[in-house]
Design a protein around this ligand. Structure first.
Ligand SMILES: *[C@@H]1O[C@H](CO)[C@@H](O)[C@H](O)[C@H]1NC(C)=O
Ligand SMILES: *[C@@H]1O[C@H](CO)[C@@H](O)[C@H](O)[C@H]1NC(C)=O
Ligand SMILES: *[C@@H]1O[C@H](CO)[C@@H](O)[C@H](O)[C@H]1NC(C)=O
Ligand SMILES: *[C@@H]1O[C@H](CO)[C@@H](O)[C@H](O)[C@H]1NC(C)=O
Ligand SMILES: *[C@@H]1O[C@H](CO)[C@@H](O)[C@H](O)[C@H]1NC(C)=O
Ligand SMILES: *[C@@H]1O[C@H](CO)[C@@H](O)[C@H](O)[C@H]1NC(C)=O
Length: 678
């Protein structure tokens, strides 16, 4: 009886808890060091008013193709008359419009205030400001930060005027508030004493105010946002965006030459997402951002297609190829080359490493089919040939050229080019696509991806975009990331990538997945699915559910994928090894387990001894797969559980993974992880 019962129980246990048995072999392939990366593009005010730390909105009254100069963001103080002025002697060729400030009465403080990008964060810290002024004023300017609700002043500083009647003079100041503001609903103001004015009015331009920036860089980036990006361990950065690179028309594409040098020489940019851009976040700022976060670069170059469908004919394309070659030289040429010298003069003599150049952006989309046909016919081949001629050496690959579409967009990409696959989809799409790249012979990057609408929701612009990344969507992204990392290693790739961790070249099939876009200002946006949400108030900065998924998967780099069985549903996984640490890694996502039950896993690695300990990190979400991290409630719905698992006498690691979870198991290697050297 007793024996019987035990037998029955045993049977029951095996039927209800049929563990997924995974045996990981020891002979794999080195990977190209699969990158979890990011793309930044100024969308959702994620550049101006976001990553770029400038607090003053419309600081230089810039105009561009889509946006005439305006006084947007500026308000008069004490009846001052503010007007736009195009002086015969402007501050610079690039900044031709300035703001004229005329007092309403001969005495008293007058001036103007600025709203910032929906407020300004005011703390007891050093703000660095500057402004240019033209006109005869013999007194002091007062620069101040105050509440827009109560008028309370948090800090002010006096700036002695050095202004002159017919000359633009720059004034710089430091402003340290004595008190932190209770909210970010604050303004910045400059006032002056009308009685000390010798001219009838004053002209102002390039009025700027920066809080402390990441690594203290001048003209730098917002600390909390960069830190949140850094903390998900991105290792590759695609710049300068996608559609933004193409521009609205072929006279307003993202021209890198307009984005470098002193701010007064940057004319601004006609943004493609509903607002003008300052170009303050220019090429050099992007490169320094990548340098500060230790990210490699994928440089996107304008390739003769703009969003309105302007296509550059073959006989006019050379100018853009030359621009691209100049840009590459600016980034990685020696300091004695023509453009390397310009870079050195701007304070960065050391060349950057630049190994990937992407020609255009989504050339299959705008102006199709003519745009796409021209890309395949002559635009891509001409760029490929010119860049390879200048930089490519087969034995020591220098620059790998990437096409802006994939094999799946119908591009038979000529060698040695790689492709770029973008997918914004429903979570189920990643499951359907799990094997998509198993046999594709051309190496690819996954240049943009995110779960954007729910299963069954139809595509783009149909109004079903989710309001935030949601847990089920993030699980879909995990399935995708795992499918790509499984494919990071194929030897049939014709291209090679320098695996920094191993310090040698290895073939790659899928190089990277890039989350895009990454940042969204909650005060003005049109794209809701982003890694981080923010506003002027740093308390709003919120890591989305996807941030947690990407962070976990990126924190455990694999340098060699190892073979295991390929039976996946509902557990999707990749297995490998980190050659530097000698640790073994298992990354998995559970998507729709049977009846929502936990999935028992029984995992062995060939060559890993019995009694080895491993750390298992599991992240889970709420019951409702549509749960989100809402910036206005501040509640993080993602739970992280870390446990230590020990392999049994047969070397088996046994554990259970819940429905809709993401997990990483890592054995302790001989050495400490060295993510920072990646
Ligand atoms: C700041 O306060 C004013 C007045 O209460 C209000 O109109 C405005 O919307 C607030 N701005 C922000 C960004 O909260
Ligand atoms: C300040 O308040 C005014 C109106 O009360 C509003 O138009 C403006 O947007 C506010 N500025 C900020 C920074 O919220
Ligand atoms: C710009 O676009 C126009 C209109 O499509 C076209 O006629 C012209 O050749 C293009 N010029 C360049 C340099 O791309
Ligand atoms: C290693 O590469 C070979 C050849 O491309 C491939 O068949 C094999 O599946 C790869 N191994 C792993 C572990 O992915
Ligand atoms: C678990 O999986 C089932 C499919 O079997 C799915 O319908 C359900 O929404 C999932 N989530 C939870 C929290 O149970
Ligand atoms: C997973 O479950 C969800 C919710 O029931 C459903 O919409 C989706 O189609 C399922 N997907 C797969 C791949 O089973």
């Amino acid at each position: 009886m007793t024996v019987m019962k035990q037998l029955l129980l045993g049977l029951l246990a095996t039927t209800t808890a049929a563990a997924v048995s995974i045996r990981v072999g020891s002979q794999g392939n080195a990977t190209g060091g699969f990158h979890y990366g990011l793309l930044h593009e100024d969308i959702d005010n994620s550049g101006d008013g976001g990553l770029y730390a400038e607090l003053i909105r419309n600081r230089a009254f810039q105009s561009s193709q889509g946006y005439p100069s305006s006084l947007s963001g500026w308000h008069p103080i004490n009846g001052a008359k503010l007007s736009l002025n195009n002086l015969d002697e402007p501050l610079s060729k690039a900044l031709s419009t300035s703001m004229n400030v005329a007092p309403a009465s001969p005495k008293g403080q007058v001036g103007f205030s600025n709203d910032g990008y929906w407020g300004m964060d005011v703390k007891v810290q050093k703000y660095r400001g500057s402004f240019w002024v033209r006109g005869d004023y013999r007194g002091v300017f007062t620069a101040s930060l105050q509440s827009n609700i109560t008028g309370e002043r948090f800090g002010a500083t006096q700036v002695k005027s050095r202004s002159r009647a017919n000359k633009w003079v720059e004034h710089e100041f430091v402003l340290t508030p004595s008190k932190s503001a209770p909210s970010s609903n604050n303004t910045f103001a400059i006032t002056f004493e009308a009685a000390n004015l010798k001219s009838a009015s004053l002209d102002f331009n390039l009025i700027s105010l920066f809080p402390p920036t990441f690594k203290g860089r001048k003209n730098g980036l917002r600390i909390d946002l960069v830190e949140a990006l850094e903390q998900f361990h991105p290792t590759l950065f695609r710049l300068p965006g996608g559609n933004m690179l193409e521009g609205r028309t072929n006279t307003s594409y993202w021209d890198w030459k307009d984005s470098i040098g002193p701010l007064k020489d940057r004319p601004g940019f006609s943004g493609v997402w509903g607002y003008p851009q300052t170009h303050g976040l220019g090429l050099l700022e992007y490169l320094e951002f990548a340098e500060d976060l230790n990210m490699e670069l994928i440089l996107g170059v304008y390739a003769g297609l703009s969003l309105n469908g302007d296509i550059t004919p073959k006989d006019q394309l050379q100018q853009f190829i030359d621009d691209a070659l100049d840009e590459i030289e600016f980034i990685r040429g020696p300091p004695d080359s023509k453009w390397g010298a310009v870079r050195a003069q701007l304070g960065h003599p050391k060349p950057w490493e630049l190994k990937y150049v992407e020609v255009g952006n989504e050339d299959w989309l705008a102006g199709a089919p003519a745009g796409w046909n021209s890309y395949k016919d002559y635009r891509f081949p001409m760029f490929l040939e010119a860049i390879n001629k200048a930089w490519f050496q087969p034995t020591n690959p220098d620059i790998q050229v990437i096409a802006s579409g994939s094999t799946y967009d119908g591009h038979d990409i000529p060698s040695p080019g790689a492709g770029d696959y973008h997918l914004y989809g429903e979570p189920d799409a990643w499951v359907r696509d799990f094997s998509k790249f198993d046999n594709v012979k051309t190496p690819h990057i996954i240049g943009e991806m995110a779960s954007t609408f729910p299963n069954g929701g139809t595509g783009w612009g149909s109004g079903v975009l989710r309001p935030f990344p949601w847990w089920g969507g993030s699980i879909g992204e995990a399935v995708a990331l795992i499918s790509y990392e499984r494919n990071a290693d194929r030897v049939f790739g014709a291209l090679f990538v320098c695996n920094k961790m191993l310090d040698r070249f290895v073939p790659f099939n899928i190089l990277t997945s890039l989350q895009a876009p990454i940042l969204r200002n909650m005060n003005r946006w049109q794209w809701s699915i982003t890694m981080l949400q923010f506003a002027a108030d740093p308390a709003i900065t919120t890591r989305s559910t996807s941030w947690y998924v990407w962070e976990l998967l990126a924190a455990h780099p694999i340098t060699e994928t190892l073979p295991a069985s390929t039976d996946f549903k509902p557990l999707y996984y990749v297995t490998g090894k980190n050659e530097k640490t000698q640790g073994h890694v298992f990354k998995a996502a559970v998507y729709n387990s049977t009846d929502g039950a936990d999935v028992p896993v029984s995992l062995t690695f060939d060559g890993v001894a019995a009694g080895t300990t491993a750390e298992l990190t599991v992240i889970t979400g709420p019951k409702d797969p549509y749960g989100v991290n809402d910036p206005f409630t501040g509640v993080n719905i993602v739970q992280t559980t870390k446990t230590t698992v020990k392999s049994d006498q047969d070397g088996i690691f046994s554990f259970k993974l819940p429905n809709l979870s993401v997990a990483v198991l890592g054995t302790k290697g001989k050495r400490k992880a060295i993510r920072q050297q990646w």
